[in-house]
Write a protein that binds this ligand. Sequence first.
Ligand code: SF4
Length: 475
Amino acid sequence: MASERQVSVGGVLIGGGAPVAVQTMTKTETANLAATMDQIHTVAEAGADIVRVAVPRKQDVEALRTIVARSPIPVIADIHFNHTLALEAIEAGAHCVRLNPGNIGGPEKVGEVVELARRRKTPLRVGVNSGSLPKHLRQLEFDDPVQALVSAAVETVELMERLDFFDFKLSMKSTSVPNTIASNRLLSQRIPYPLHLGVTEAGTKWSGSLKSAVGLGTLLADGIGDTIRISLSTFHAEEEVKVAWEILKALKLRERGPVLIACPTCGRLQFDMDTVVAEIERRLEAYEDPIEVSVLGCAVNGIGEARHADFGITGAKDMGMIYSKGEPLKKVPTEQLVDELFKEIDRYYAAGRRVQRDETAAAEAREWLAANEDSTQMTPERMAALEAQAAEQDIAAGALLDSMLHAPPLAAAPAANGAPAGNGAADGSGAAGGSGRTGGDDAPGDERAGSGSNAGKAPLDESVSPVAGRRFKRG
Ligand code: SF4
């Protein structure tokens, strides 16, 4: 579960219920100040809350001092093997230092770093990697890699606590997605410290993003994890940031910028949607608001699927339509769809977030939509309408049955005693006699029988129909 403790990395709170922080790592040689600062600005613009830089050499520590001073976001120094560099990074003003106690030269050297970190109030990120577990856990790693990881992490925590140091977050990295999930689930129940999540060496932009989305997404959906880094084999660190944001946005954990919804396309597609979606995605990067924009490849299902979108487009051959919240705004030639969409979005912002609707243009668009959507398809609207129609027929049938049951016989046959047959039901009194089905026979809760009306059967309200608004799934 979410960590109890919290650390502050240069003012960015991590853990203790703070929003999940996005971090990445520069890919440049840290000592190359111009290139490193350039990348830091790029990742900060993409939404990184924190950036980490590798500090493997003396000249990197020297650059670190300037980087910390100039960076728009807090900087973590990434140290391996050399505790002297960790000490120097703290002195250089790093907002946090990352080290794995297992590879820094023993508990005494860890103690030295911790002591300086305490004095300088510098938080640490400590952790374990599946590739470098301590020797005494090697057999366990072979038998039970998840337990081995958790044991190593708990030993690290115990070391920090023995050193009376609590200002740290913890990471437990594995290249295996199932092990990442299982070990972090176990660890989150055992320690109160913030967790840094990541799937180490996840892979290329494509496979690494998917692995990270599955691994980190599963944990985050469980409420586990306080900061994330997506590790991708790309020089463009901002790609890692974008993927991290997509994961957080998908889980509704954080909001940042527009949300683009696009249909997967199929054989009904009649315009170059790939290019259009890419262009819309590119242009949306200029907007900070979490506006929702939908792109439907055709109008086969109407635009009900996009009723939640603030704006959207759908197209067919030469013409397309712009809509807002499921209502047509205007039709435009396909080649102008994207430009016109952004004009509408800009008008919306210029009017203080109010959609600007021209009724004549909207009526033309509605006509176009009616001519282009496929009336045989089961849209949510049509399913709801059919349900309503079925319910009305049901009510009418009930009323007819009622009237037949309770109506006086057209030609009552004289009974043996001379009294007319069936009179017991004729007044709806429920008195027994004659007809065989009376009000008195009605079972409790049978709203139609015996009531003489349809009061108990409310007409279906389409707005609360179980299918209204449901995302239509094709079989
Ligand atoms: S909206 Fe649906 S039917 Fe139309 S192109 Fe996209 S996937 Fe195909």
